[in-house]
Design a protein around this ligand. Structure first.
Ligand code: SAM
Length: 209
C-alpha cells in the first residue's frame, strides 16, 4: 500500500508557474480536458496519442510521478499533453489558473484517494469550495466526470456536486462518449485493477448549466 500524500501540508502552498495555453500545447485552440489526480499520467498518454483533436492537462500531487510524466512528454515530443505538479485545489484556486478553468471543456476525477476517516475528509480532492469555484468559473456546458470504487466516497462526491445548483446530473447510460475527451472509453490504471478484481464502479457525469 502506498502512503497517501497529505494535500493540506504546507509543502504544497507554493504553486509552480502555469504557462499560457500557447506555451503548453502545439495547438492551443483544441478542446481542453483536465484530469485531476492523474498519477503517472498513463491514462492521459493513452488518450493524447489517439485523440489528437483534444489537449490534455494532468494535475498530480506526487512530485516524482509528475516529474517523470513531464520528462516523458518532452522525450516523446507530445504536443497535446501537459502536466502540472501540486495540490489541484491550490493550483485551481490560484489566480494564474483562471484562464485554464475558463477554457476547459471537461474535468475528470478518476478514483480519487478516499481518505476513509471522517477527520480526514478535508483531504479529499473534491471539496464544496472547489465545486463552488468551478460552478462560477467553468463555461456553461462544461462537464465533470467522477469515478470511484468506494461507495461512501461516491456518495460524498455526488452530494457535494449535486448540492450546487449550477451542475445537473447526466446519466452515464444516456451519454454519448464519441464527442467527449474519451471517445474510446480508455481505462485508467485503477479502473483496470478494479475491473480485473470485479469490484463495483460508481460513476456520474455533471454538466454546468
Ligand atoms: C487512487 S490514485 C488514482 C490515479 C488515477 N486517476 C487512476 O484512476 O488510476 C489518486 C491519485 O490522486 C492524487 N491526488 C490526491 N490528492 C490530490 C490533489 N489534491 N491534487 C492532485 N493530485 C492528488 C494521488 O497522489 C494519486 O496519484
Amino acid at each position: 500500500m502506498r502512503q497517501h500524500v497529505n494535500p493540506l501540508s504546507k509543502n504544497f502552498n507554493e504553486i509552480e508557474r502555469i504557462p499560457s495555453l500557447i506555451e503548453m500545447f502545439g495547438d492551443s485552440k483544441l478542446n481542453l480536458h483536465l484530469d485531476i489526480g492523474c498519477a503517472s499520467g498513463e491514462f492521459l498518454f493513452d488518450l493524447a496519442l489517439v485523440n489528437t483533436s483534444w489537449n490534455y492537462l494532468g494535475m498530480e500531487i506526487r512530485e516524482k510521478l509528475s516529474k517523470t510524466a513531464k520528462e516523458k512528454v518532452r522525450e516523446k515530443e507530445i504536443k497535446n499533453l501537459y502536466f502540472v505538479f501540486g495540490n489541484a485545489n491550490n493550483i485551481l484556486n490560484d489566480v494564474q489558473s483562471k484562464f485554464i478553468i475558463k477554457n476547459l471543456k471537461s474535468i475528470s476525477f478518476n478514483f480519487p484517494d478516499p481518505w476513509f476517516k471522517k477527520r480526514h475528509h478535508k483531504r479529499r480532492v473534491i471539496q464544496p469550495e472547489l465545486i463552488n469555484m468551478l460552478s462560477k468559473s467553468l463555461q456553461k456546458g462544461s462537464l465533470i466526470f467522477i469515478k470511484t470504487d468506494v461507495k461512501d466516497l461516491f456518495n460524498y462526491m455526488d452530494n457535494t456536486i449535486s448540492s450546487n445548483f449550477n451542475f445537473k446530473k447526466i446519466d452515464e447510460k444516456d451519454f454519448n462518449y464519441s464527442n467527449s475527451f474519451n471517445p474510446n472509453k480508455v481505462q485508467t490504471n485503477r479502473e483496470k485493477y478494479v475491473i480485473v478484481n470485479q469490484l463495483n464502479i460508481f460513476e456520474k457525469i455533471y454538466i454546468k448549466i
